[in-house]
Write a new protein. Structure first.
Length: 326
């Protein structure tokens, strides 16, 4: 059964507000919550950067839903600290937590002052981190000297059930690589044909039978104009190639490269609507494909209206049966 999931965007909202939204999302009928993990926002206009690990513990205490979050170990986060955080959350909330590991973006990771590696090295570092985190979660004493270094680390607080360590992927190449080691995949809505190529690359390289999550960014508001204005204001910095998005290190750089984009350029890249039926149709299309979670990220700042309207008018009309197998 697909879980229709609320996305908590730390780049756009203060953590205190996101806590209210997570509680409201559960009450409205959302079946899970997904959290971003940023040190800097994508844009000065977004303007927030709450710490996901501390927020997610509070949000899980305040709700009964399963949670997932993206995390990039290796530079900003030492893998032993990530393992400790995962173990603590999983011990407190058994069976409700999973994490999606990624190679990160310069926007968040370069705060350490370390050199930002090229993509191949970042992926190699991510795989090392995933292996180290797994060993630590199994209670091993770990010493490692590689792209990351660990000396005699051992976790004494362990979860009864080790959470899934999933992977993030935007391209076929990364998805195929992730299939060889990850417990699942999260990707984004990149158009039907390209999306399915990413999923199949994961499935065909070791990911068969593992969960796949889809994050769907859109702009929903009371009127079409309001939805368009919000999409352009909040999300126009996010429609560039991964090579660009991954290597810029400051929000002002994202703002600068997005200056030339027009509202119609943004409209070509994401769903922008005030039409409830269009929202239902788009979500149903992905539900019927069999994604385990469809993560709904409304980039509009008015989350109260979004949660209320979707709870009343959208979620009750989504059929949660799988018609096809990814």
């Amino acid at each position: 059964m697909t879980q229709i999931t609320y996305h908590a965007s730390h780049e756009q909202h203060p953590p205190s507000a996101l806590l209210r939204y997570a509680i409201a999302a559960e009450q409205a009928g959302f079946q899970a919550v997904h959290s971003s993990d940023h040190f800097h926002p994508w844009s000065e206009r977004q303007g927030q950067s709450g710490f996901s690990f501390s927020w997610i513990a509070a949000a899980m205490q305040a709700t009964t839903l399963p949670f997932s979050m993206v995390c990039a170990p290796g530079q900003r986060y030492h893998p032993a600290i990530v393992a400790q955080a995962i173990a603590t959350l999983a011990e407190m909330f058994p069976g409700r937590y999973s994490v999606e590991l990624g190679s990160g973006e310069a926007l968040n990771e370069c705060i350490t002052g370390d050199i930002w590696p090229h993509k191949e090295e970042r992926n190699a570092r991510l795989l090392e981190c995933a292996q180290l985190i797994r060993r630590l979660l199994q209670g091993e004493m770990v010493t490692h000297n590689g792209l990351v270094r660990v000396k005699e680390a051992k976790l004494y607080t362990l979860p009864a059930v080790i959470p899934p360590l999933m992977a993030t992927a935007l391209s076929e190449k990364t998805a195929a690589w992730a299939g060889t080691w990850a417990d699942g995949l999260i990707t984004i809505d990149a158009g039907g044909e390209q999306l399915m190529k990413v999923v199949q690359a994961f499935r065909n390289n070791g990911g068969a039978g593992k969960p796949v999550y889809l994050q769907m960014a859109f702009s929903y508001a009371k009127t079409e104009k309001e939805a368009m204005d919000a999409a352009y204001d909040q999300w126009r910095t996010n429609f560039f190639a991964p090579e660009v998005l991954n290597d810029l290190s400051r929000p002002t750089q994202f703002d600068n490269i997005a200056d030339y984009l027009r509202p119609q350029d943004v409209a070509e890249k994401m769903l922008i609507t005030s039409n409830i039926e269009k929202c239902i149709s788009e979500i149903q299309r992905y539900t019927d494909l069999g994604f385990e979670r469809i993560i709904l990220h409304n980039v509009h700042r008015d989350q109260e209206r979004f949660i209320r309207d979707f709870g009343d008018k959208v979620l009750p009309h989504i059929r949660l049966t799988k018609k096809e197998k990814l």
